[in-house]
Design a binder for this molecule. Structure first.
Ligand SMILES: *Cc1c(COP(=O)(O)O)cnc(C)c1O
Length: 370
């Protein structure tokens, strides 16, 4: 972690609304109805900061967390001594003792892992784990055939100390994709063989697919942070992260002049331009650039949208403030937040809100509210 950059010395300012994060968790927990609601906090809490994120979530009532790697699990354990912590990437070779010390539960996903975990459990019978079944994504998880073979033997749940059986949906963001039902049905069949083990299938988007996708525990990530879970639907979540950039200077430019590297955009009117102190080195996507062929992302100042002009460079962005006559040096311009949804910037850049959030840079002044 880098030292906190003071606001007066930062080109960008990132504000994290912890109340919105807690509200989003409570909102999803209400939507999950009968199921328990965990929180996925991998990727440094989707870019907003692991420790502040989990403190706010625990305050809202969340007691079960998923991270990707054991290093994140150790950080989480240091913050929340009582929480249930699952490691989605499973058991790292030779690391079982560390998992045991910090009470981290691996999400077991392959036969070699299961073998290593079985040996570990002979010495540590109190250790717990989850089992991940691949129901059609072909990323993590035991294949259905492998699972079938294991389940044919006796007492798998006891041998592994299973507290969760899970799978992951590949297309939950597309509600009418046929793979959703196929995965749900395959998961139902496997979990019926482990009737005493709680089951989990739904990520954020899965919660919105309906009650038969929720099982015993739901695992939202992106929706907690205000990102859009479901494609082409109204996003009901509150924005959590607001990114703003400092105006370094405001300048005039004449019609026909071009802006930025590559001279990709020519002005078609007398323009006022504001130069902002954030760029792709801060994780703002270069693909959000504007050109004569293709409009770029929007920024927001004093109640008005201001379009990017020309290319995003490493440390600088140019926006058009011709219509915002009082824009001036030192103003903070919203790059995403309550007025410019992170997913809208992501879409202009050909990516997703997840990537923008988890790419948030290290140079920002970070403010956690309240
Ligand atoms: C990242 C992840 C989630 C959370 O997904 P969102 O789409 O962010 O809600 C849930 N489960 C698994 C296995 C994941 O990898």
């Amino acid at each position: 972690m880098t030292a906190e950059t003071p606001e007066t010395l930062a080109g960008g300012r990132l504000t994290i609304d912890r109340d919105a994060l807690a509200d989003n968790w409570r909102d999803l927990a209400a939507r999950a109805e009968g199921a328990a609601t965990a929180a996925v906090v991998k990727g440094d809490g989707y870019g907003i900061g692991l420790e502040p994120a989990v403190r706010a979530l625990a305050g809202a009532g969340c007691d079960t967390f998923f991270v990707a790697v054991p290093e994140e699990g150790l950080r989480l354990r240091a913050t929340l001594p009582e929480a249930t912590i699952y490691i989605l990437d499973g058991l790292f070779e030779g690391a079982a003792a560390t998992y045991a010390q910090a009470n981290l539960r691996p999400v077991l996903s392959s036969l070699p892992e299961i073998e290593e975990w079985t040996a570990h459990r002979r010495q540590n019978p109190a250790a717990h784990a989850a089992l991940h079944i691949d129901t059609g994504m072909h990323r993590m998880g035991l294949g259905l055939g492998e699972a079938e073979a294991l389940l044919a033997g006796p007492g798998l749940a006891d041998t592994l100390g299973l507290t969760l059986v899970m799978s992951h949906l590949a297309c939950a963001d597309t509600p009418d994709h046929p793979l959703n039902q196929r995965q749900r049905d395959a998961f139902r069949a496997v979990r019926a063989r482990l009737p005493d083990v709680p089951a989990s299938l739904a990520n954020s988007a899965g919660i919105f697919l309906g009650p038969d996708y929720r099982f015993d525990l739901v695992r939202p990530g992106i929706a907690l942070y205000g990102g859009a879970a479901v494609n082409d639907a109204v996003n009901p979540m509150r924005p959590v992260a607001t990114l703003e950039a400092r105006i370094l200077q405001v300048r005039d430019a004449a019609p026909g002049e071009t802006v930025g590297y590559g001279a990709t955009e020519a002005l078609d009117r007398p323009s006022r331009l504001a130069i902002l102190a954030v760029g792709y080195a801060d994780g703002y996507p270069r693909h959000a650039s504007s050109s004569d062929q293709r409009p770029g992302a929007l920024a927001f100042l004093r109640g008005r949208a201001a379009p990017l002009v020309g290319r995003v460079s490493m440390d600088l962005i140019t926006i058009d403030v011709t219509e915002i006559s009082d824009a001036r040096r030192g103003d903070w311009v919203e790059l995403f937040g309550p007025n410019i949804p992170v997913d809208e910037v992501a879409e202009r850049a050909g990516t997703i809100g997840y990537e923008l959030l988890t790419s948030l840079g290290r140079r920002y002044h970070r403010r956690y509210r309240p």
